[in-house]
Write a protein of this length. Structure first.
Length: 157
């Protein structure tokens, strides 16, 4: 248990853990954005994760410099958008694969169709990476001292 103490303090997450999580977040956003820039720009919907990842890198870098309450709130809102974009991306990828499979074989159905849709040209679960990054970002913001309410507000004064 002693080794876990360096990751926890009395508020929950230690500053060292927050820095490590933020580093992982920034690395993940940079790598994902670089990969998407190679082939993910055919229509406006495909730019959504690229723009969000870019904004996440900027917001994360600003947090690394100084984690103010305002910056953390913007970051949390952005992570919510990551979660929404990831869910929408999974839907759009599955929809695209389904349309393709139905065009190729209108009589297709059952388990075989489901497998073809999930294993189609569009990587159906790849947008889940955005959701993973959003969850990691929310963990980065969790328990930050800048988000703590002043004691006077807690007491109703």
């Amino acid at each position: 248990m002693k080794s876990l103490n360096r990751f926890l303090d009395r508020r929950g997450l230690s500053p060292m853990w927050r820095r490590l999580a933020l580093g992982l977040f920034l690395l993940g956003c940079g790598g994902t954005a670089a990969e998407l820039l190679l082939e993910h720009f055919e229509d406006p919907w495909q730019w959504t994760p690229i723009v969000l990842l870019g904004l996440g890198i900027v917001a994360g870098a600003l947090l690394a410099l100084r984690a103010t309450r305002g910056r953390l709130r913007v970051f949390q809102l952005l992570m919510g958008l990551y979660l929404c974009a990831g869910g929408l991306g999974v839907y759009l990828h599955l929809k695209s694969n389904m349309e393709f499979e139905m065009e190729m074989n209108p009589a297709a159905g059952g388990f075989d169709l489901i497998m073809k849709v999930f294993m189609g040209a569009m990587p159906a679960l790849a947008p889940g990476q955005m959701m993973q990054m959003g969850l990691l970002g929310l963990l980065v913001a969790l328990g930050r001292p800048a988000l703590a309410r002043p004691e006077s507000l807690d007491k109703g004064e």
